[in-house]
Ligand binder design. Structure first.
Ligand SMILES: [Mn+2]
Length: 342
């Protein structure tokens, strides 16, 4: 399952340390609206780099952490990422990107700042060879698995909170090792299992949600249409961008659907999420065709997302265009759509 490794794990950790040698303050930056994999990876990398090189690290993100589970994860595990903006960045002389890459459009990498390190599990889309440290393993189910390997190889002591974050990251990102996970993810999961605080994980998974959450589900269910093998819905305006992906995951359980797409409006952006239960599918490639000429999109085989800045365009018109393109790509059925309920 593993990719051929050009260098061994120990050498890789040495290279990682070298990439931060001589620097004082590192910003560990996740993608915007970070998920548990991005957050756990960033905090574990911060602990690892601090231990190995003495560098001062802070975890930063842009966007919002909206999903109740993700907020509970930070609360329960006492993790406090900083929300970055223009002048936060001047404090840092080193930069790492985790769970995202330069040019992806889903991160707020400062303009003109080249990262010392890029660590990710999404397929590479541009040449990163010139950077001091690059570790992109697109066969891995979670970035957390890669960072946990560094900590193990480097003999880095991690707190129970960070071990728990890594465990929860792999668990949620791979849906209990069932989605996109490989041998390495399973090994990491099994190694973390006895070390993680399972009570905290349970509290995170059962985090209370506001009434708005149920209202959003109501809208998502009422607007859902099954067309061929794809179920598509529109949440309209959302106050939490993570809901779009969560609704796509939820709808994928529908009998007779093996693709689910969800759209929503957040901050004058149309957000799009695509999920599939089809093995060896290419959701990332499909979503890029769907968004072409409109915005940015990308992802893995089974899960993908995109973002379309609306500018002056009308949300409803762009949403109709996206829906038509999704049907074109995936419905392989000329029959009219059928409402999920009502
Ligand atoms: Mn990830």
């Amino acid at each position: 399952m593993n990719e051929p490794e050009p260098i061994d794990a120990k050498e890789r950790v040495e290279n990682l340390s070298t990439a931060f040698g001589g620097f004082k303050h590192a910003l560990i930056l996740t993608h915007d609206n970070p998920d548990p994999d991005a957050l756990a990876s960033a905090f574990a990398l911060a602990a690892t780099l601090s231990h190995l090189t003495g560098i001062d690290c802070e975890v930063g993100y842009a966007g919002i952490i909206g999903r109740a589970e993700n907020r509970a994860m930070l609360r329960e595990l006492e993790l406090a990422p900083v929300r970055i903006h223009g002048d936060t960045l001047e404090r840092f002389d080193a930069l790492a990107l985790v769970d995202t890459q330069p040019g992806f459009g889903n991160n707020s990498q400062p303009v003109g700042r080249s990262p010392n390190a890029v660590i990710d599990h999404h397929p590479c889309r541009q040449n990163l060879d010139g950077l001091p440290f690059v570790d992109v393993r697109d066969r891995y189910g979670a970035t957390a698995t890669i960072i946990y390997e560094y900590a193990q190889v480097g003999g880095v002591p991690l707190s129970t909170n960070i071990l728990t974050a890594l465990f929860y990251a792999i668990k949620s990102e791979t849906q209990e090792l069932g989605r996109g996970a490989g041998y390495a993810d399973q090994e990491a999961y099994l190694s973390l299992l006895p070390r993680a605080d399972k009570m905290a994980v349970s509290r995170i998974q059962q985090a209370p949600v506001p009434r708005n959450y149920f209202r959003a589900f109501q809208v998502g269910i009422e607007n859902a249409h099954l067309q061929g093998r794809i179920v598509i819905t529109d949440l309209k305006t959302v106050d939490n961008p993570d809901l779009v992906a969560e609704m796509a995951d939820f709808l994928l359980r529908l009998e007779g659907a093996d693709w689910a797409g969800c759209m929503g409006l957040y901050n004058r952006n149309l957000l799009l999420s695509l999920r599939t239960a089809v093995e060896d599918a290419h959701a990332g490639q499909i979503i890029r065709r769907v968004a072409v000429g409109l915005g940015r999109a990308g992802g893995h085989g089974a899960m993908a997302g995109g973002q379309i800045p609306l500018g002056e365009r009308d949300y409803g018109e762009v949403a109709a265009q996206i829906r038509a393109r999704l049907v074109d790509e995936l419905a392989n059925d000329t029959a009219a759509g059928e409402a999920l309920v009502l």
